[in-house]
Design a binder for this molecule. Structure first.
Ligand SMILES: [Zn+2]
Length: 73
């Protein structure tokens, strides 16, 4: 059984911005993907998502839209 350790790791969906990984609870909020899935983002990435006037279909697309391209070197 693996339940119980989800708080420790950087869970992609809970407690950290899925774009930048910020875990600062003061700035964390959420946004919704195209199909209504709720994902955690920080305030600036929430704003970036809204400003893009697009709705991401996935977390990966959300990252692309909000302009964080560090992962693709
Ligand atoms: Zn962020």
């Amino acid at each position: 059984m693996r339940m119980g350790n989800r708080d420790r790791r950087t869970a992609p969906e809970v407690g950290a911005c899925v774009v930048c990984g910020s875990t600062d609870a003061r700035v964390l909020s959420f946004t919704r993907l195209l199909q209504g899935e709720r994902v955690t983002v920080c305030g600036s990435h929430k704003t970036a998502h809204h400003r893009s006037e697009m709705i991401a279909r996935s977390i990966e697309e959300l990252r692309a839209i909000t302009g964080d391209r560090r992962k693709s070197a």
